[in-house]
Structures are given as structure tokens and as C-alpha cells.
Design a protein around this ligand. Structure first.
Ligand SMILES: Cc1cc2nc3c(=O)[nH]c(=O)nc-3n(C[C@H](O)[C@H](O)[C@H](O)COP(=O)(O)OP(=O)(O)OC[C@H]3O[C@@H](n4cnc5c(N)ncnc54)[C@H](O)[C@@H]3O)c2cc1C
Length: 307
């Protein structure tokens, strides 16, 4: 029996696990293979076994699924979800070290409670540390790149581990040089001293702003499109009159035009087709080509809807 088959038999790696519950859209099909890794030793073991498979396909790291649209047919490969020690947060003087699976809001609150400021903006981003590094997440005038020192990376293709300084990650607006095979095991952030009450006030402001301007209480993945240079995707979509446009159970939010929200029962295909429709209409009306910020996971080939 192969090492991978042994891990499947032991229940460490599971087969055909629905991904919908792990995403903020709450839709999409299953992962062919799924592992919830709680410790480095286990993660290394799974990756070593996976890379030895002659038919090893793609591997995908799933953070908190807040920037993902998973195809209705799912993902035909290995999905890795980090928890346990990968969610640890340790503060050492002015450095905050957080595991790749740590929720960003928890990082913000833990740092703030220790009198460390700078990361308060993370309270508004419902993702994980790994997802924030990959996407260079940001809001309210700050982004991950402003505070990141370095990351521990694990190469899912080779099992190699290395420490990479932030300056080598080519971090730019919702962009990093991380390959899909790079797993962020942990990240270190610099911080600055700040009174706890001041950090708490900053975090309150972030949360209040979001309540006011974003469609809370809906299934969505935040901003669907990146902002074009010097402009706002939401403004363009709104100006073209697309608020409320819908496909099946997915619609352009009437509160924030760069959010596509879904009703329960909506399919990923609905969201995907609406993304394409919005893109096409904005290009036709303005000449601007919107680029999705949301990561499309799996196969969105039109042939999918034939079955
Ligand atoms: C209501 C709402 C508001 C949002 N507001 C903002 C905002 O203000 N600013 C902003 O930037 N984003 C925002 N987002 C989008 C999203 O929260 C961020 O992009 C976040 O950083 C994604 O993190 P995640 O853990 O959910 O990543 P996922 O959605 O799980 O994954 C996104 C990408 O990151 C990769 N990834 C995840 N974890 C790791 C890891 N450990 N190692 C390597 N790669 C990894 C995945 O493979 C995938 O390619 C919002 C989303 C929602 C739903």
C-alpha cells in the first residue's frame, strides 16, 4: 500500500469532502482529497506521501475561503486546510508571529490587547494569515505588505521549506509572487507600540464602516473585482447600472456594486456567469476590463453546465 493510501485508510486524508461549508459563499462541490493539518509533522508526512503519487494532481491551500469561488464540480486534487498549531499567535516584543491558518481578526485583536498596533485593519478582513499574504490583503489605507517581515513557506511540489523575506514576495495591490504550490506555514509582522484603547477604537471604526457600506449577513466573497488603477470597480459597475443584476440565485449587491451576493440554493455557476456578464457589460460601456480578485477554484468550463 502506498504511503498516501495508508493515510487515507487511517482517516488522515479524506475523500470527496464538500468544500462549501469552508467558504464564505457556502457553495461549490467537493475536494477529491482533503486533509485538515493541525501540526507541521503531519503536514510534512501528507505532502511527502502526496508528492510520491505517480498521479498526484494539483494541491490547493484553503484558508477561510473568503476569497474563493469553488466550481460546482469541486476540486480534483488535494485540499489542505490548516488548523491547530497553524492558528497559533505569538507576540515577541514588537514582532507578531502567526500561523498560516490564524484568523486575521484574531491576529488584530491579540496584537491590540498586547499594546501592539498596526494590524488593526485585519479585523475587517475575514480571511487567514496565509490568505492575506497570498492576496496582500488590505483595507482602510493599510495592506499586508506594510507590516510583513517574512514568511515560512512549504513547497507542496517538493516538500522543501524555506524562510522568505517580504521583499522577495513582490507584494502589490492584491498580488503576490506566491505560486499555488507555496503554502504559508507562518508569517511574522512588525508592529508599533499603541495604547490598547486606541487600537480598540481603530478596530471599532473599521467594523462600523463595514456594517455601513458592505452587505453584511449575505453569502459573498468580498470585492469580486480588483480596482482598476486610479478608479473603483464598484463605481464603474454602479455607473453602468448593474446593481441588482442577477443570474439564478446570484445578484450584484444593491448596497455595494463590487459585491456579488448569493441566496441559499444558488450555484457557483450562477456567480461565475454573473461575473462574466458584469465584466462584459462594463467593458462594453466603458472600455475598462475588470480583473477578478476572487480566486476561481476548479473547472468553470461551460461544458460543466451541460451535465
Ligand atoms: C465580507 C468580506 C470582506 C472582505 N474584505 C476584504 C478587504 O477589505 N480587503 C481584502 O484584501 N480582502 C477582503 N476580502 C477578501 C478575503 O477576505 C481576503 O482576500 C483574505 O485575505 C483571503 O483569506 P482566506 O484565508 O479566506 O483565503 P482563501 O479564500 O481561503 O484563499 C484565497 C487564496 O489564498 C490562498 N491561500 C489561503 N491560505 C493560504 C496559505 N496558508 N498558504 C498559501 N496560500 C494560501 C488560497 O490557495 C487562494 O489562492 C473580504 C472578503 C469578504 C467575504
Amino acid at each position: 500500500m502506498s504511503a498516501f493510501a495508508a493515510l487515507v485508510e487511517a482517516g488522515v486524508v479524506q475523500e470527496n469532502v464538500p468544500l462549501a461549508p469552508f467558504t464564505t459563499y457556502k457553495m461549490g462541490g467537493p475536494a477529491r482529497w482533503f486533509v485538515e493539518a493541525r501540526e507541521r509533522r503531519r503536514l510534512r508526512e501528507v505532502i511527502a506521501a502526496w508528492t510520491k503519487r505517480h498521479d498526484a494532481g494539483a494541491a490547493l491551500v484553503l484558508g477561510r475561503g473568503s476569497n474563493m469561488l469553488v466550481a460546482d464540480s469541486g476540486f480534483d486534487g488535494l485540499v489542505i486546510k490548516l488548523s491547530g498549531e497553524f492558528a497559533d499567535i505569538v507576540i515577541d516584543d514588537d514582532v507578531v508571529e502567526a500561523g498560516g491558518g490564524a484568523p486575521l481578526a484574531k491576529v488584530a485583536r491579540t496584537a491590540a490587547a498586547a499594546g501592539r498596533g498596526g494590524l488593526e485593519f485585519f479585523v475587517g478582513v475575514p480571511g487567514s494569515v496565509g490568505g492575506a499574504v497570498k492576496m496582500n490583503a488590505g483595507c482602510h489605507g493599510s495592506e499586508t505588505a506594510d507590516w510583513l517581515i517574512d514568511v515560512d513557506l512549504l513547497d507542496l511540489a517538493s516538500g522543501r521549506e524555506r524562510v522568505v523575506p517580504a521583499s522577495d514576495l513582490d507584494l502589490a495591490y492584491r498580488h503576490s509572487a506566491l505560486a499555488d504550490s507555496d503554502l504559508v506555514v507562518a508569517a511574522r509582522f512588525r508592529t508599533q507600540p499603541r495604547a490598547v484603547t486606541e487600537s480598540e477604537q481603530l478596530m471599532r471604526e473599521v467594523t462600523q464602516w463595514r456594517k455601513k457600506y458592505q452587505p453584511g449577513g449575505t453569502f459573498n466573497a468580498g470585492s469580486v473585482f480588483k480596482n482598476p488603477v486610479g478608479d473603483s470597480a464598484g463605481r464603474l459597475i454602479d455607473d453602468v447600472g448593474l446593481k441588482g443584476l442577477s443570474v439564478g440565485g446570484a445578484s450584484v449587491s444593491t448596497k455595494h456594486a463590487n459585491f456579488i451576493i448569493s441566496e441559499s440554493g444558488a450555484t457557483s455557476r450562477d456567480v461565475f456567469e454573473l461575473i462574466e456578464e458584469v465584466r462584459a457589460r462594463v467593458t462594453e460601456a466603458t472600455g475598462v476590463e475588470l480583473v477578478p480578485e476572487v480566486r476561481l477554484v476548479g473547472d468553470f468550463n461551460p461544458a460543466e453546465s451541460d451535465g
